[in-house]
Design a protein around this ligand. Structure first.
Ligand SMILES: C[S@@+](CC[C@H](N)C(=O)[O-])C[C@H]1O[C@@H](n2cnc3c(N)ncnc32)[C@H](O)[C@@H]1O
Length: 305
């Protein structure tokens, strides 16, 4: 086994042992597709560490990366891709995730990957060709609109954090489809969620912690939220030290503790949490044990079971 192959397979083995790669299809894809072909200018030791690698900055801020392999594994397991599926990825980046998905869906399936920057699209195309996945269609567009001309999709995945759920993503999903995305719930709390369609709303079937760069374009987090966010992060840090759980007093006790756990302790606190997403115009009335978060187009309802 060559040095590259040894590094590559060792990373896959680690993801498997950590229980992040759980199914044979996801494992086979990770074993078959080498990450270094998508990060040609990055030293191999760095490529095969379980880290996110930033590939583009704008005004000093990171805007594109190859996501952390552990998080990619979690999200691919959440996506539950099947051979023959048609899948839309929003956030093509380096093209690595698109290649993994193309390996899973096989020749009878189709992967369409969108990115908002033309230079990123060109690089992703080049990487995919070199890796033998020229069948993946890479499009330059704002993923907030989905990609209607190839819809409906069995699966839609965002590899960039959304603040709200764009109507297009629900509309372009097949009735038995699945939408997987990192969603900013409140303040800076991001969770990767697998949603399925229920009767007029989306319901979570799986959740996990994550940290992604934010969606840009027409469906980016509103400016006023970003500004408030900056203030909150500063005040929250101060207040958490001073008053701890008191900060969340207006919420029912159980939810308060859960949310506090969520902000402070991460993964284990997600156990039992269910997330439903209703279009704003349905005016869903939350019950006493539910936490409602108002977004621009949707209302997000959390409860614990
Ligand atoms: C974390 S990277 C994606 C990683 C990628 N899946 C990979 O395997 O390398 C997030 C990507 O989302 C893209 N992005 C941000 N806003 C977008 C939008 N509105 N539509 C499409 N892509 C967007 C960024 O340009 C960036 O390349």
């Amino acid at each position: 086994m060559s040095n590259i192959s040894a590094l590559h397979q060792a990373l896959v083995e680690r993801l498997k042992q950590e229980g992040l790669i759980r199914t044979p299809r996801v494992e086979a894809a990770f074993r078959a597709v080498p990450r270094h072909l998508f990060l040609p200018d990055v030293p191999l030791e760095k490529v095969y560490k379980d880290d996110a690698i930033v590939t583009k900055y704008l005004d000093g801020k990171p805007v594109s990366s190859s996501s952390q392999p552990a998080v990619m594994a979690i999200m691919l397991e959440q996506l539950d891709l099947q051979p023959g599926d048609r899948v839309l990825e929003i956030g093509a980046g380096t093209g690595y995730n698109a290649a993994l998905m193309a390996h899973i869906v096989g020749e009878s399936g189709q992967v369409i990957a969108i990115d908002i920057d033309e230079d990123i699209v060109q690089d992703a195309q080049m990487h995919l060709e070199k890796a033998g996945f020229e069948q993946v269609k890479v499009i330059c567009a704002d993923g907030g609109f989905g990609y209607p001309s190839a819809a409906p999709y069995d699966r839609i995945i965002l590899t960039v954090a959304a603040w709200d759920i764009a109507i297009a993503w629900q509309e372009q999903l097949k009735p038995q489809g699945r939408l997987v995305l990192p969603l900013t719930l409140k303040d800076d709390i991001q969770i990767t969620i697998a949603f399925e369609l229920a009767d007029g709303y989306l319901v979570s079937v799986s959740t996990s912690n994550c940290g992604f760069m934010k969606l840009r374009g027409a469906f980016a987090e509103p400016q006023e939220v970003q500004k408030a966010q900056k203030n909150i992060s500063f005040r929250l840090k101060k207040l958490l030290i001073q008053v701890g759980t008191m900060l969340l007093l207006p919420l029912p006790l159980q939810l308060r503790l859960k949310l506090y756990n969520l902000t402070r302790f991460g993964r284990s606190s997600l156990q039992g949490m269910r997330i439903r997403v209703y279009p704003q115009n349905t005016q869903y009335r939350p019950a006493a044990n539910e936490l409602a978060i108002a977004k621009r187009w949707t209302q997000v309802i959390l409860d614990w079971q």
